[in-house]
Design a binder for this molecule. Structure first.
Ligand code: AR6
Ligand code: MG
Length: 309
């Protein structure tokens, strides 16, 4: 067999950012129950017929924007940036929506982020944007985990949510460096502080090692397809590993068949898959139909330039 040509760093970073947005936009029509799916049929396309992205990509773009402007994690700037972009039609989580509206009306994020749930949100909203941290801080491994936690904390202060962000950020960074599926999972496992994650990591590791033909239903039952970080982050890590050498579309079809929070699991898995395989391997026709694909790609290129500093 011919050895595979190495994938260039920029190509992988663009793959991570575009993979996130594509997973989000292609997963969105399959998310949630019948009401959410019906609503997305109404608002899921732009006027020029492209597939709209949801809050996952919006927050990822906001995070990139803030990091590029500030050159570091500035939580005050981040809170302002997230809140300024909030639109109900992007499908934000209910608690996240309330937190962002409160920040926009002038409340300090340090208080707003614990004003809906006292312990802070344990939704997957902090993790879904964390691939951006993995790209931006790729050359600063000593700062990566703290940075990921800080970017989550602004809206998702619960330790499970901050763990999810750290896990997805280090896994993205590992994928950019060409790590294999088990290494990616192990890196993520090492940064999880909450014991609740342990069982899911063990299951995912067993399945990846055995190359087990697990069904979408079993993935949902054992790893989760939920809106919490706990019920989605290990799932994304597992799927990105399992489908690493298969087409992006095959991974997305599997995620859609599993149901639940399809767009966010697909966004996280899509970013990891893109970081491993590079942007050129993403389906070109789908990128051409993605809302703001050109701007998203431009942001990815700016992140690459910043990450190399
Ligand atoms: N206690 C009880 N329930 C909670 C808690 C808590 N501490 N934290 C979260 N929940 P949210 P997200 C429940 O709203 O994480 C969108 O489609 C609560 O029901 O912060 O930003 C995104 O794209 C809360 O509403 O949202 C994601 O796919 C829910 O978890 C998804 O929603 C989600 O937390 C989650 O986004
Ligand atoms: Mg979502």
């Amino acid at each position: 067999m011919q050895p595979k040509p190495p994938i260039d760093f920029e190509e992988r970073c663009r793959g991570a950012v575009l993979g996130l947005a594509l997973g989000d936009a292609l997963g969105a029509p399959h998310e949630g129950g019948p009401i959410e799916r019906l609503l997305w049929r109404w608002i899921g396309s732009t006027r020029d017929g492209r597939r709209r992205f949801t809050d996952d990509t919006q927050m990822a773009l906001d995070l990139a924007d803030s990091l590029l402007r500030c050159g570091k994690v500035d939580q005050d700037d981040l809170a302002k940036t997230f809140a300024g972009s909030y639109r109900w039609s992007r499908g934000y989580g209910p608690a996240a929506a309330r937190v962002l509206k409160r920040i926009r009306s002038g409340r300090d994020w340090r208080e707003a982020n614990r004003s809906v749930h006292r312990t802070g949100s344990f939704g997957n909203g902090g993790a879904m944007r964390a691939p951006i941290v993995g790209v931006f801080f790729h050359a600063q491994p000593e700062n990566l985990v703290t940075a990921a936690r800080q970017t989550a904390e602004v809206t998702h202060a619960h330790p499970l949510a901050m763990d999810g962000a750290a896990m997805i950020a280090v896994a993205t960074s590992a994928a950019l460096a060409g790590a294999d599926a088990r290494t990616l999972l192990d890196r993520a496992r090492q940064v999880a502080t909450q014991p609740e994650y342990a069982e899911r990591f063990a299951i995912a590791a067993d399945w990846l090692t055995a190359n087990a033909p697990v069904s979408p239903r079993d993935v949902r039952a054992r790893l989760g397809m939920g809106i919490t970080a706990l019920a989605s982050c290990v799932t994304a890590l597992y799927l990105a590993g399992r489908f690493r050498d298969q087409p992006f579309e095959a991974m997305l079809a599997f995620t859609a068949a599993a149901g639940g929070d399809v767009d966010t699991v697909s966004a996280m898995a899509g970013a990891l898959w893109g970081a491993a395989n590079g942007a050129a391997k993403l389906p070109a026709a789908a990128i051409a139909r993605l809302e703001a694909a050109e701007q998203i790609d431009a942001v990815a290129r700016q992140l690459v330039a910043a990450a190399r500093v």
